[in-house]
Design a binder for this molecule. Structure first.
Ligand SMILES: C[S@@+](CC[C@H](N)C(=O)[O-])C[C@H]1O[C@@H](n2cnc3c(N)ncnc32)[C@H](O)[C@@H]1O
Length: 415
């Protein structure tokens, strides 16, 4: 167990002290393969509950320990409170770890803090707003917005929603037969050959393109896009929607700002054996003349706060603030405005995010329509549970497996 704690410490130090993203830190840190599931669960769990763990620590210790000691304490507290591990073994490991890190001088302090933590349940804050921020480790600005938009009760359900199950999509063949043969615990979704599977471990068939993973909300967005000749996907990496939609369009132009991320689209398309995808490294907020009026449909799956899938990516809850949100809204509007000129008369313009904040979603579409009367909003529907907003559909994490937004517009034909 000391090795597991040490590896978790190494990964989390990269996140806390060097600003790395968790996924990247986990990939880059060599760990014993047999320990990887527990290391991954611990690191995700610590970050997902970061504000709560900081709060517990503040109740137990008058002094604020240095970064390395804080990280060790958070790992141990997570094991005690959330994984229900035997406290004495956890405390021993935490003490051994600080010694191994050359900080034997604080071993008595670590021992005392963790003993106090294991002996009594620290109550959450009494103030209802503070309680929500701590219990779900959501930043106050996000909690305020969620309550403002969805009410207190729904906001709590949204924050409490957890991922965990995988959604598998089979492009060809009998997905249900495949999963039955594996004796997998699966449920059908409203989408073709798309299943939610419990405790699914990726196998070699993934690399052969037998199936792929796609959040059910993303599958809902792809299902709502009407097929045609040529689609431009303005923000395409890692390629989930481009690759899926390449089955509905004769040709897909997959645009991406970052070259290294464009490589992910190429790898995805190759794995799923799709050959009708042209990858273009470009800034979709800036005009590319060759695309003016040249495509039947544009999908703007814009960079967003990502709060709708924060349960999969807990960095979001720590890294995003109000200013970051404002900057994103500015970029989202610029991408939508620019890419609208690529749509042919009569063509479709789709806008989507993995967020549940109105200002990244319906507000952006409403603003766009106000400034671009040559576009009109189209009625959209989905078999996946959603709320209908003024300008689009909102999927929410507690009922739809993630917080996604989708809007469909059409460029009017000139009389
Ligand atoms: C939400 S992700 C897209 C997910 C993708 N559509 C899928 O389904 O797999 C947004 C992507 O937009 C890219 N991006 C950010 N700014 C961009 C810009 N100005 N132009 C083009 N792509 C951009 C990001 O690098 C990121 O890969």
């Amino acid at each position: 167990m000391l090795t597991v704690f040490y590896d978790c410490y190494t990964v989390l130090s990269k996140v806390y002290s060097e600003g790395a993203y968790l996924k990247q830190a986990l990939t880059e840190t060599p760990v014993e393969e047999k320990n990887r599931p527990l290391i991954s669960k611990t690191c995700y769990g610590v970050l997902d509950n970061d504000a709560a763990l900081s709060y517990f620590l503040s109740r137990l210790s008058a002094k604020n320990p240095k970064a390395a000691v804080r990280t060790v304490l958070k790992i141990a507290m997570y094991h005690i409170r959330y994984l229900h591990k035997r406290p004495y073994a956890v405390i021993d490991n935490a003490v051994e770890l600080v010694k191994k890190l050359g900080k034997g001088g604080v071993s008595g302090y670590v021992n005392a803090v963790l003993r106090r933590f294991s002996e009594r349940e620290i109550p959450l804050p009494e103030d209802p707003f503070e309680r929500l921020c701590v219990q779900y480790s959501f930043p106050p600005f996000a909690v305020r917005r969620l309550i403002g938009e969805y009410g207190k009760e729904r906001a709590e359900k949204i924050m409490a929603a957890k991922g965990g199950d995988s959604t598998l999509v089979f492009y060809d063949g009998d997905g249900e037969g495949y999963l039955s043969a594996l004796r997998a615990d699966y449920a059908k979704t409203p989408f073709e050959n798309t299943f939610i599977v419990k405790n699914f471990l990726r196998n070699g068939d993934y690399d052969k393109g037998v199936y792929t993973f796609q959040n059910v909300g993303s599958a809902a967005i792809c299902a709502a896009v009407e097929g045609g000749e040529r689609l431009l996907d303005a923000c395409a990496a890692p390629g989930g929607k481009s690759v899926s939609l390449s089955r509905k369009f004769r040709e897909v132009v997959a645009c991406e700002l970052h070259e290294h991320r464009a490589g992910l689209i190429a790898a995805y398309a190759e794995r799923m054996r799709r050959e009708n995808i042209e990858i273009v490294v470009t800034d979709s907020a800036k005009p590319e003349k060759r695309f003016f009026g040249a495509v039947d449909a544009v999908l703007c799956d814009v960079p967003c706060s990502g709060f709708g899938v924060a349960f999969e990516n807990p960095d979001i809850k720590r890294n995003k603030d109000e200013n970051a949100l404002k900057e994103l809204v500015f970029l989202q509007r610029a991408i939508l405005q620019n890419c609208a000129r690529y749509v042919k008369e009569g063509g479709a313009l789709y806008y989507s995010t993995c967020s549940f904040f109105g200002e990244e979603n319906s507000d952006n579409v409403e603003d766009f329509l106000k400034n671009n009367p040559e576009f009109e909003l189209c009625a959209a529907d989905s078999p996946l549970e959603h709320e209908t907003k003024k300008c689009g559909l909102q999927f929410l994490p507690d009922t739809a497996g993630g917080g996604f937004f989708f809007a469909k517009m059409r460029k009017k034909r000139l009389p």
